[in-house]
Design a protein around this ligand. Structure first.
Ligand code: IVH
Length: 683
């Protein structure tokens, strides 16, 4: 008997939810992306033909098309408490002494977890279906961000209901899902996604997020779920809220059940027999945590027995049975010598602090981002100040505070200029934006930034076309737009000051070679607001060649997976603009390839089909650059090391991923080995 549409839809939903779980939670996919997409499309087609078959837990419903007006509020059934923070071993032991006293000599255990640096969420399930997601709000009332949380692939839309055969999780499980289940956890950005999103914001001239936590909180407050979907947020679940029909005795049981039901649970939690074991855990993870792909700012110590928690109770705001121990982030003090104003591709004026060189978390820091005028004012940062630096997401150095006690009185306040430092046109701050922009679209600083971006490794990858050569070309008035690069003659470069014949030859060859980079890299290189490497790849894959994309409306662009309305409109506008079209026509005449080649084009035998994990700080590449390079050579990039990983590329300060690679016998490449592999030698 052939399947009815209803049965088929049901089966596809279950299968897709399971594969979603295997991919996003377990990181052990069983089918290819292509197969997944084919089944998703089949389900979407079925639902289109039979709209009555759409269910809220259908994987097609992760991104609804509705724009939210504003967020409704919803009370928390149980208050969402906060926690006491401690910073020392002594404080931790004091907490333990209080617990011991209150429990009057009864024995107790702790569960210790890594503290995820994200933003707290509450998820409500009825009969195993996700029905509501809230922010913490003020702890009593949260904001309803259900539509946004649906887009988070690590959040299951459906978990198996009691006694159901529709279990997405093949592992054994002894606890059925309660009919009413509220879980709590943390929405977060992986370091990789955080880097990517800031890269895209930079391209769009938007203020950068200072750290993954702000980025996660900010993203969940977006009114457009499609924009949220683009950001690839993650979610770890670590606690119960209100439940009915579930009475576990211990938190360790809760953690196991949560994982068995398909929630994403941070795997490094441990049961500790006493506070000494807790402290040993804290010491073990002080360094190790730096190798994780997400930010952890400490640990959370929780009494294991739920009955004992009940007995210990809570104060007005915080439970007596839990405490957060925070690691002191590595910091360095240095002096702010000057503030330079850089003008970006879209004319945004960015204040960059020049500091006395100082060593911090593995690198020497010479300049720090000061974000924007609001941030400078908020922290009251003045030139000449002694400042404390920290790395956001272990990557971007920034000022956390000023040591005001060390002021001499000669420090100077800083204000972004009211005119562009390069072209002297007025600089303005648009309504509702933090960024101040140069109003001259022909500003030479924009052109300089555009050229450098165009030639970057993750874009057209033109080796040798760095700041020195770009400045030389601009001074000699040899280029007015990116397309002019392709008309430059060898003699013109060789004739510039400080350019030798050999380097000129290399530059000309690199420029010529970039004509074949393909549509994805070209799109990433154009500097279309919001279109970074990921969006560029999606657009190239969807449209196949530039002419089709140029002819598309904003609505048609929005049909591309993960393209939100803002970026889609910006892209459509970019291609409607006459000046941009002229540059593109020049690129075409110069022979730049407008077609998409897919991943296979530049396939490199050392990379094709191989899975890479990149960890630690590299000298030559930014994280997104090396990842784009690996993909362009036919390799795959993953965030975590497993037996299926072929290579781990380890830079400075590589942590637990490197350890894991060694323990699994996965081949580890230094940056030099990587270059050698790329160059064709076998590693
Ligand atoms: S348990 C009563 N476990 O840290 C507290 N919280 O500083 C229940 N957090 O509001 C929370 N990782 O947003 C718990 N493994 C973890 C956590 C965690 C991060 C956050 C959470 C909480 C904040 C307190």
């Amino acid at each position: 008997m052939s399947e009815t549409p209803a049965n088929r839809a049901e089966r596809l939903r279950t299968e897709l939810n399971r594969h979603n779980y295997l991919y996003y939670v377990k990181a052990t996919p069983e089918i290819s992306d292509r197969e997944f997409d084919a089944r998703l499309k089949e389900l979407a087609d079925l639902e289109k033909a039979h709209p009555e078959l759409v269910t809220p837990d259908s994987p097609t419903q992760r991104v609804g098309s509705e724009l939210l007006g504003e967020f409704a509020t919803h009370p928390h059934r149980l208050p969402m408490l906060s926690m006491d923070n401690t910073y020392s071993e002594a404080d931790l032991r004091e907490f333990d002494a209080r617990v011991k006293k209150l429990l009057e000599g009864r024995s107790y255990r702790y569960v210790v977890e890594l503290k995820i640096d994200g933003t707290a969420i509450s998820l409500w399930y009825e009969d195993g279906r996700f029905v509501r997601g809230l922010t913490r709000g003020d702890g009593k009332v949260g904001e309803d961000i259900t539509a946004n949380l649906r887009t988070v692939r690590q959040i299951p839309l459906a978990i198996p209901v009691a006694g159901s055969a529709r279990n997405p999780q093949p592992a054994t499980r002894n606890q059925s899902v309660p009919p009413v289940l509220e879980v709590r956890g943390e929405c977060y950005f992986s370091r990789r996604q955080f880097g990517r999103i800031n890269e895209e914001r930079e391209a769009a001239g938007l203020a950068l997020f200072a750290n993954p936590r702000n980025a996660a909180a900010g993203s969940l407050k977006q009114l457009d779920p499609k924009e949220v979907a683009k950001r690839n947020l993650g979610a770890f679940i670590y606690a119960l809220g209100h439940t009915e029909g579930y009475a576990p005795a211990e938190h360790q049981q809760v953690m196991r059940d949560l994982a068995a039901w398909g929630f994403h649970v941070e795997p490094h939690w441990e049961v500790c027999a006493d506070i000494d074991a807790v402290w040993a855990y804290a010491e073990k993870w002080a360094e190790k945590r730096k190798g994780l792909d997400y930010d952890t700012d400490g640990l959370v110590v929780k009494v294991d027995s739920l009955a004992q928690r009940e007995a210990l109770g809570t104060t007005a705001k915080i439970p007596r049975w839990a405490i957060a121990y925070k690691y002191q982030p590595e910091q360095a003090e240095t002096k702010l010598l000057a503030v330079e104003v850089q003008v970006g591709m879209t004319g945004v004026l960015s204040p960059v602090g020049k500091v006395e060189p100082v060593h911090l978390s593995g690198t020497t820091v010479r300049s720090v981002t000061l974000h924007n005028q609001d941030e400078i004012d908020r922290k009251d940062i003045r030139i000449g100040d002694v400042v404390v630096l920290e790395k956001a997401g272990e990557i971007i150095p920034q000022v956390v505070r000023v040591v005001t006690g060390k002021r001499s009185g000669r420090e100077q306040k800083f204000r972004l200029p009211e005119e562009c430092p390069v072209c002297k046109s007025p600089a303005r701050r648009a309504e509702g934006e933090v960024a101040v922009r140069c109003t001259n679209s022909g500003c030479p600083a924009r052109l300089r930034a555009r050229l450098l971006h165009f030639s970057g490794r993750a874009q057209m990858d033109i080796e040798g076309l760095g700041p020195a050569l770009v400045d030389g070309l601009l001074e000699a008035k040899l280029i007015g737009d990116v397309a002019d690069l392709y008309a430059i003659k060898l003699e013109q470069i060789a004739g510039l000051e400080r350019q030798g014949q050999k380097s000129a030859e290399n530059a000309v060859a690199a420029i010529a070679k970039s004509k074949g980079a393909g549509l994805a890299r070209l799109l990433a290189g154009l500097g279309i607001p919001g279109v970074g490497t990921a969006a560029a790849e999606a657009l190239a894959g969807h449209f196949g060649d530039l002419d089709r994309l140029m002819a598309a409306s904003a609505e048609q662009i929005e049909e591309v997976e993960d393209m939100g309305p803002v970026t889609s409109a910006a892209a459509a506008e970019y291609f409607r603009n006459a000046a941009n079209r002229e540059v593109l026509e020049k690129l075409r005449r110069a022979g730049v390839d407008f077609r998409h080649h897919g991943a296979a084009r530049q396939e490199h035998p050392g990379f094709a089909g191989k899975t890479f994990v990149v960890t630690g700080t590299l000298q030559k590449y930014k994280r997104n650059e090396i990842e784009a390079l690996i993909k362009s050579l036919g390799g795959k990039v993953s965030g975590s090391v497993s037996k299926k990983t072929d290579f781990v590329v380890a830079g400075e300060e590589a942590g637990s991923k490197l350890e894991k690679a060694r323990s699994l016998g996965v081949k580890v490449l230094s940056e030099g080995d990587f270059e050698a592999l790329r160059g064709g030698e076998t590693a």
